[in-house]
Design a protein around this ligand. Structure first.
Ligand code: TYM
Length: 320
């Protein structure tokens, strides 16, 4: 099975990125052919500072490698290093109904929040469709917020195939039920644009502080509480051992505890959970050449595949 996914270098990766998506990349790399990329072209819709973008791309590569993406098993590359994808995006664009893009929630949400929309943001799902189709991807591991975009991709591929004959493979989204929508520190979906993220790497003290500031309700301490549907408990479930989770669930049901206790458990468990990756990241930081080499080789391999698919699509629609 060919598996592909992308992630935007718009800032440091957070728990939502990891538990919703990156964890899947790592699990799936063993038994599948994996293509994973850093979506710098997509990031251009929000990051307008070249130095920051460059730094973010490097950080993203370091993070992914430190978390366990293995270049011997999967192909890791930067989206813009494969220009074939942008060409393919144009071919798809000519068959994309405006209404389809107007309904896409990422665009709709940003517009509703008063963020000025440009054509890049509006056509973002078409580039994403090209990303997926360029590698004949069968499966796309993502968080729930990307499902709609994968549906758009299927729609565009289906209508291209209908117009020009079988050209593209129709992909399927793969979402983990228990972490499809990881909550942020305020209980809403964790997202950089809501400023409610818990980063994977960075100063542990600062992260601990962020965890201690997770919002909770103001019910009295002695009230028994239900761990189900409680975002603090949901975060513990992601990083805690089964023993931690069972003990805390029991405490919730009994009542008579402060949320501070749970937050401390979340902080301790997360430090342990990411300790090995932190260590690996510190080592990789010393070997920038290795990281560059991984990205260069990744792009070479990805380009080979994308060029074949682009040529197939060009032939189908009469460009060759
Ligand atoms: P991005 O960069 O916003 O997010 C990267 C991945 O993290 C997942 N994710 C979450 N999962 C669960 N809970 C959360 N709170 C949470 N926040 C983020 C996202 O679902 C995603 O899987 N458009 C994509 C990037 C992209 C792409 C692609 C993905 C470009 N081309 C082709 C797949 C295939 C995006 O903005 O992801």
């Amino acid at each position: 099975m060919r598996v592909l996914s992308g992630i935007q270098p718009t800032g440091r990766f957070h728990w939502g990125n990891f538990f919703g998506a990156i964890r899947q990349y790592i699990d799936l790399q063993h038994a599948n052919e994996g293509y994973y990329f850093i979506a710098d072209l997509h990031a251009l819709t929000t990051v307008r500072d070249p130095q920051i973008l460059r730094q973010n791309v490097r950080d993203a590569a370091l993070d992914l490698l430190a978390l366990g993406l293995d270049p011997a098993k999967a192909t890791l590359f930067v989206q813009s290093h494969v220009p074939e994808v942008s060409e393919l995006s144009w071919l798809l664009m000519t068959g994309t109904p405006m209404g389809l893009l107007e309904r896409c929630h990422a665009y709709k949400e940003k517009k509703e929040r008063g963020i000025k929309a440009d054509a890049g943001l509006f056509t973002y799902p078409v580039l994403m469709a090209a990303d997926i189709l360029a590698y004949d991807s069968d499966m796309v591991p993502v968080g729930a917020d990307q499902i709609q975009h994968i549906e758009v991709c299927r729609d565009l591929a289906g209508s291209f195939n209908h117009a020009y004959g079988e050209t593209f493979v129709l992909p399927k989204a793969k979402v983990l039920e228990e972490s499809a929508k990881v909550p942020g520190t305020d209980g809403q979906k964790m997202s950089k644009s809501y400023d409610n993220t818990l980063p994977l790497f960075g100063d542990t003290k600062a992260i601990r502080k962020q965890i201690m500031r997770i919002t909770t309700d103001s019910r009295p301490m002695e009230d028994p509480k239900d761990p189900e549907g409680d975002h603090l408990f949901d975060l513990l479930r992601l990083v805690g051992s089964q023993a931690d989770i069972d003990a805390m669930a029991e405490t919730y049901r009994r009542g008579g505890f402060g949320y501070g206790e749970v937050k401390k458990a979340v902080a301790a468990a997360s430090e342990e959970y990411f300790a090995a990756a932190r260590q690996r990241r510190a080592e990789l930081e010393q070997d920038v050449d290795y990281v560059d080499q991984v990205l260069r080789q990744g792009a070479e391999k990805a380009r080979g595949k994308a060029a074949d698919v682009l040529a197939r699509a060009q032939r189908a629609c009469g460009l060759r």
